[in-house]
Design a protein. Structure first.
Length: 356
């Protein structure tokens, strides 16, 4: 099954975790043997060979650099200008991977169609470039709105205005409060440039405000259901129905704490909590039941988003294991047409409409 993954922090792994994603995952783990600076050392799940092995030919790839005020317990950069510079280093890495033949940027409908057809032309995919759509997770690095135009010119096509905590443009996970004038101006400029609004991480107040003030395309790249894990990082049925009404696609995320309740970071294990890929399928199936069809879900794994196998489903070793979910959906009675929609066609249809 051809898979589109709507959320991967590839450049963060390359630039901050210092991972050469051209290597097999096992080789990356070997390089990290004995390292303890990050909780997921020796436990990575994503690399270009594993993406190709899993027939994951298109990804939504992020830039991410949070601005934080002095004294914040959340890590980040001390000025928006520093955060912007970090995103530019990440952009440079993507461009370098393009020059190396590993990746190719997709920023319009024609490029999307050509790339999808190339990956499905019947020839082996081992050496094909992986298509990426550029997204910004958290808008703090947008120094002022003139930078948004610049980012659009280099290919930025989606923005999640918030990440964790309070942000310059919107409040995110574990925060509260509506957007101020600066956040609303960001939404207006995004709409003018036809940049997709990624509702992921918006706090409840900002979520409803954003939907009321933004008329462009909306998706939630990596979100699960509050019905399973009652935390503000997940979305309530009311929020999910609002996204469905807007024609959104919602990507199932694989971070274990978002899949099973009462997860304790650094204490719980996927095995002790019985956290497996079926939990991901259950979240995605729940959204299908709300929608009455399979047209509003997709994969948005967030794998290696600062966690590895220590906080991933127990039956996933690398990202190529996303293919296991095809049989799981089939066992639930989803048709072959449904499977196509879930694993790639919903994202394709969304983008073709947004970019028409």
């Amino acid at each position: 099954m051809f898979i589109i993954d709507a959320h991967l922090d590839l450049s963060m792994n390359a630039m901050e975790w210092n991972r050469d994603l051209r290597l097999p995952v096992q080789a990356i783990r070997a390089v990290e043997k004995g390292m303890t600076d990050k909780p997921d050392r020796e436990r990575s799940t994503v690399s270009f060979p594993e993406l190709r092995k899993g027939n994951i030919g298109i990804v939504v790839a992020t830039q991410i650099a949070r601005y934080v005020k002095p004294g914040s317990v959340i890590p980040g950069w001390n000025s928006p200008e520093q955060a912007w510079a970090q995103t530019q280093a990440q952009l440079s890495w993507y461009k370098t991977m393009e020059e190396a033949g590993e990746m190719v940027q997709i920023s319009n409908a024609k490029q999307l169609k050509v790339h999808y057809e190339r990956w499905n032309d019947g020839t082996p995919n081992e050496n094909k470039a992986i298509g990426y759509i550029l997204s910004l997770e958290g808008a703090d690095s947008i120094v002022d709105l003139s930078y948004l135009e610049r980012a659009h010119q280099y290919g930025l096509r989606a923005i999640g205005p918030a990440h964790y905590g309070p942000g310059r443009y919107a409040n995110g996970t574990d925060a509260t409060g509506e957007m101020g004038a600066q956040g609303l101006a960001l939404l207006k400029e995004m709409e003018r440039l036809n940049i997709i609004l990624d509702a992921t991480h918006l706090c409840d107040d900002a979520f409803w405000q954003a939907l009321n003030h933004f008329s462009g395309p909306v998706w939630a790249s990596h979100n699960n259901c509050r019905a399973f894990v009652n935390h503000n990082r997940q979305y309530s049925d009311e929020q999910l129905l609002a996204l469905i009404e807007r024609g959104a696609v919602i990507g199932g995320a694989l971070d274990a704490w978002m899949l099973v309740p009462n997860w304790q970071r650094g204490v719980s294990t996927p095995q002790s909590m019985n956290c497996d890929l079926e939990k991901v399928v259950a979240n995605m199936d729940h959204i299908c039941q709300l929608a009455g069809n399979a047209h509003h879900i997709g994969i948005g794994s967030d794998l290696d988003g600062a966690f590895g196998t220590e906080q991933s489903p127990l039956d996933l070793d690398t990202i190529s294991d996303l293919q296991k979910m095809v049989a799981m959906f089939s066992a639930k009675g989803y048709s072959a047409e449904d499977l196509d929609h879930i694993f790639h066609q919903n994202w394709l249809n969304f983008l073709y409409k947004a970019w028409s």
